[in-house]
Write a new protein. Structure first.
Length: 138
């Protein structure tokens, strides 16, 4: 069995954003030479997420509104975590959206359902963060 590891880096200029990272993951898969196996993609920061869903702007807007209702950024005083930062909400949003995804690799391609794409979710941007891509297989 072979394995391949790469880090993708993001520096999102806004507090929150959703970025389709499917092309970058496909590039990693091509570099790996793995034709059959699994790819793990996970956010390496506790205020960011990786998830799979549709690449549709209305859905992304709905996510943003829904998450803000569940864990509003302000008032920042509502979070005990905010003793030295103002990102308590970002930790909760990450918990809801998830840390990682695993995608099957078949014939050298990501084995997706219709409309599925991989996204990086940023909930406390404005600094560099990374995503791990780990591919195993033959």
């Amino acid at each position: 069995m072979k394995s391949y590891r790469e880090e993708l880096w993001f520096d999102i200029p806004t507090r929150r954003a959703f970025v389709n990272i499917t092309p970058q993951v496909e590039t990693c898969l091509g570099k790996s030479g793995i034709r059959d196996g699994l790819v793990l993609i996970n956010a390496m920061h506790i205020t960011a997420s990786v998830f799979i869903n549709d690449d549709e702007s209305g859905l992304h807007h709905d996510y943003d509104v829904w998450l803000e209702k569940l864990a509003p950024h302000e008032p920042v005083s509502q979070y005990r975590h905010n003793g030295y930062e103002d990102n308590g909400d970002a930790h909760l949003k990450r918990q809801i959206m998830g840390r990682e995804v695993v995608v099957a690799v078949t014939d050298g391609q990501l084995d997706f359902g219709t409309w599925e794409r991989i996204f990086y979710g940023e909930f406390d941007g404005r600094r560099k963060k990374r995503v791990l891509v780990k591919i195993i297989g033959e």
